[in-house]
Design a protein around this ligand. Structure first.
Ligand code: PLP
Length: 368
């Protein structure tokens, strides 16, 4: 159980650790300026929204944040959801139904898969990043409406979807593209504007979704795109309509967060240095660091027991790195999901790399 605020240094069950497990990629979750903004927001707006957005829960704070987010990601309009899970459920079910088809990368986040099942659209999955397979599925489809859904940065692998190529495919086959940028928003692109800025890509076919509880350090999510799309969501997204609006104080904190995300480029620079240092120091013989340039650095170990044993050995040395096993990842690819944050120091990463290299030498070779 976490007994301290989220951060690079945490207290868990009475013990101090350096943690490599959070999605707080920019180190903002416990930032004094955000805490102050949240307190001010509580004084100004109270603690609870008290109603759904469509009744009387949509406050001036939500509204200002939606406008700021749309501008930030360079899209006409944005709509807040209480969480990324709810945003994905809402978008997919509002947009497709029986007679439509959804085309999904096999390694997509669980919330996208759940959303497709709930929508009752035909569910076609393609091998991870296999655009040729996707194109065959699109070409063969007779569905009324086609929607391609993908993580922008894959949550267990850290690799980035080829967004310009996906947009081109969608344009050729009259399909829409839902991008889940939960791990790219705040981290990728100029000023952290996300995966579209990273690729300098744009298309009216893109439905952009990002979460606000990861790099932005607070809570919530938003969907952005053409004004007409957002209007459809307001009318039809049930996880927007039938739920209480998030506390407006979170929107006040997020306005401050957005300012730091945009202005404090050093956080992204430092994060990139940490990634480079980890990759340089982890010279391994059997275990493999997956090819990733993002804050998510998966160390694939293979066997479940070995992955858990390494995670436990690191914990005994005060280093928290979660072991991720099937079914969250494919069979035989159990891994340590190392996530780096601007709150880490270079020395933290050096210590982690040393401990992992030592652990590799200590674990017997027999395990797959
Ligand atoms: C975390 C995550 C979500 C869910 O977002 P929450 O705001 O935590 O509900 C959705 N998609 C991806 C890829 C995620 O990593």
């Amino acid at each position: 159980m976490l007994e301290s605020p989220q951060g690079a240094r945490v207290t868990v069950d009475g013990r101090r650790y350096v943690a490599f497990c959070s999605n707080d990629y920019l180190g903002l979750a416990n930032h004094p300026a955000l805490i102050e903004a949240a307190c001010e927001g509580a004084v100004r707006h109270g603690v609870g929204a008290g109603a759904s957005h469509l009744i009387l829960g949509h406050s001036a704070a939500h509204h200002a944040l939606e406008e700021a987010l749309a501008t930030f990601v360079g899209l006409p309009r944005a709509l807040l959801f209480s969480a990324g899970y709810l945003a994905n459920i809402g978008v997919v079910t509002a947009f497709v139904g029986r007679g439509d088809a959804v085309f999904a990368d096999r390694l997509n986040h669980a919330s996208l898969n759940d959303a497709v099942l709930l929508s009752r659209a035909e569910f076609k999955r393609f091998p991870h990043l296999d655009l040729a397979a996707l194109e065959r599925l699109l070409a063969a489809s007779r569905a009324r409406r086609k929607l391609v859904v993908t993580d922008a940065v894959f949550s267990m692998d850290g690799d980035i979807a080829p967004v310009p190529e996906l947009i081109a495919l969608c344009e050729r086959h009259d399909a829409w593209l839902l991008l889940d940028d939960a791990h790219g928003f705040g981290v990728l692109g100029r000023e952290g504007r996300g995966v579209l800025a990273h690729f300098n890509a744009a298309s009216p076919r893109v439905i952009y979704m990002a979460t606000l509880g990861k790099a932005a350090g607070v809570f919530g999510a938003f969907v952005a795109g053409e004004a007409e799309l957002v209007e459809t969501l307001i009318q039809r997204a049930r996880s927007y309509i039938y739920t209480t609006a998030a506390p407006p104080l979170l929107s006040v904190a997020l306005m401050k967060s957005l300012e730091l995300v945009r202005n404090e480029d050093w956080r992204r620079h430092h994060l990139r240095s940490l990634v480079a240092l980890l990759r340089e120091r982890l010279q391994l013989r059997r275990w493999r660091l997956a090819p990733s340039e993002t804050a998510i650095q998966p160390l694939v170990i293979g066997g479940n027991e070995a992955a858990v044993a390494v995670s436990e050995a690191l914990a005994r040395q005060g280093l928290l790195v979660p072991a991720i096993r099937p079914p969250t990842v494919p069979q035989g690819t159990a891994r340590l999901r190392i996530s780096l944050s601007a709150a880490h120091e270079l020395a933290d990463v050096e210590r982690l790399a040393e401990a992992i290299c030592k652990a590799e030498r200590a674990v017997p070779c027999s395990e797959p």
